[in-house]
Design a protein around this ligand. Structure first.
Ligand code: CAA
Length: 380
């Protein structure tokens, strides 16, 4: 593994950092308070090429490698984890499916606009009764000539409200388990497709999450992705890459917690001296720093494997498991360092703790990452 980043990678990281400081950090607390989608900021991110970073230029993307992508997500999440997940879902879940599994007609019609940020995408796998056990879905798509008729309810859909198009998983055959799952491209506005209320969440409140309802929604059969029954593999394969994005998001949150802890512990005096002088503070900040660097190494290893076209399922799961765990620990310790002030909204560190929590839940809970890691280890 090369520890020297290329000039291009460093430039992308700097561009993301400058953008985040100038356009995401100001107003992040208000957006969190009001649960307001960062619409203007996402538009600017699209202009910078961030919405289709991993998509080749041929399809209107920026065509950068996955390490650069992870670096950009880390920088954005350090300022605003909500804006970071909007970008992560659009890139490593939605655009990734178009790159790996769709045909050129589908790419021409949707991917070009998704990558340029003209339209936004969502990825809709979970249902009220099927979260971790993803193949236990009930949404059903019945073939009807050159159409499918879609019925069911999906939930916890990130970008569900702001998106224009969603990749939706549904059974096309019952009683055969995951082999009956298929993936479809579904456009907002089609008859029978409606969107639920915006969920009131603990964290990443700037991003929108909602249910999607399908009531006899007619889809052209040409919007099937790959072949019927291939959906579960598409979902799993895509989540492998998505998990690198979420790991990078967790890393950005953890870094914000460390930076705020360092700044505050140098300013805050107790017992006649800055709390930075105390061993209890050293313990916390040194742990945070080691964990952050270790998480970044795991993330970049998984990204490097992906860039090299090598298997990275286990490494991606390890990166997400570890980065989300240390993000939760770092943000909790940061609140502890801030003490009573940390518990108050106006200091902005409790938001980090709230934002960190979701990284242990979405795109596969920590328990699912452990299962994926253990299965891969036992297979070796
Ligand atoms: N890549 C490609 N194929 C894969 C795969 C991968 N990473 N993992 C499994 N498969 C294939 C298997 O090879 C198998 O196919 P074969 O029989 O042909 O070999 C098939 O898929 C079934 O695999 P399993 O037997 O392992 O399936 P399982 O039912 O035991 O489930 C699981 C495995 C890991 C638990 C999986 O269900 C899982 O990852 N669950 C978590 C789901 C999840 O992450 N949900 C997040 C929702 S998305 C989200 O959060 C959206 C958002 O808006 C942010």
């Amino acid at each position: 593994m090369d520890f020297n980043y290329s000039e291009e990678q460093l430039l992308i990281r700097q561009t993301a950092r400058d953008f985040a400081e100038e356009h995401l950090a100001p107003g992040v607390m208000e957006r969190d308070e009001e649960a307001r989608f960062p619409a203007e900021q996402i538009k600017m991110m699209a202009e910078l090429g961030f919405l289709g970073m991993i998509v080749p230029e041929k399809w209107n993307g920026a065509g950068v490698d996955f390490i650069s992508y992870a670096m950009a997500i880390e920088e954005l999440a350090r300022a605003d984890a909500s804006a970071a997940v909007v970008m992560s879902v659009n890139n490593s879940l939605v655009c990734q499916i178009f790159l790996n599994w769709c045909n050129d007609r589908q790419r021409e019609k949707y991917l070009k606009r998704l990558a340029s940020g003209e339209i936004l995408g969502a990825y809709s796998l979970s249902e009220p009764q099927s979260g971790s056990d993803a193949s236990a879905m009930r949404t059903f798509a019945e073939k009807d000539g050159d159409h499918y008729i879609l019925n069911g309810t999906k939930n916890w859909v990130t970008n569900g409200i702001s998106s224009d198009v969603a990749v939706v998983y549904a059974l096309t055959e019952k009683g055969v388990g995951y082999k009956g799952v298929s993936a479809f491209i579904v456009e907002k506005g089609w008859d029978g497709f409606s969107v639920g209320k915006k969920e009131d969440k603990l964290g990443i409140r700037g991003s929108d999450t909602c249910e999607l309802y399908f009531d006899n929604c007619r889809l052209p059969a040409e919007n099937l992705i790959g072949t019927a029954g291939q959906g579960f593999k598409i979902a799993m394969n895509t989540l492998d890459g998505g998990r690198i994005g979420i790991a990078a998001q967790a890393l950005g949150i953890a870094r914000a917690a460390l930076e705020k802890s360092l700044e505050y512990s140098k300013e805050r005096e107790q017992f006649g001296q800055p709390i930075a002088n105390f061993g209890a503070t050293h313990d916390k900040i040194s742990n945070m720093a080691c964990n952050i660097d270790a998480a970044r190494l795991l993330i970049h290893r998984a990204a490097a494997l992906k860039d090299a076209g090598k298997p990275f399922t286990k490494e991606g799961a390890m990166a997400k498991y570890f980065a989300s765990k240390i993000a939760m620990e770092a943000t909790t310790q940061c609140v502890q360092i801030f003490g009573g002030y940390g518990y108050m909204r106006e200091y902005g560190v409790e938001r980090l703790m709230r934002d960190a929590k979701i990284t242990q839940i979405y795109e596969g809970t920590s328990e699912i990452q452990q299962l994926v890691i253990a299965r891969e280890l036992l297979r070796d």
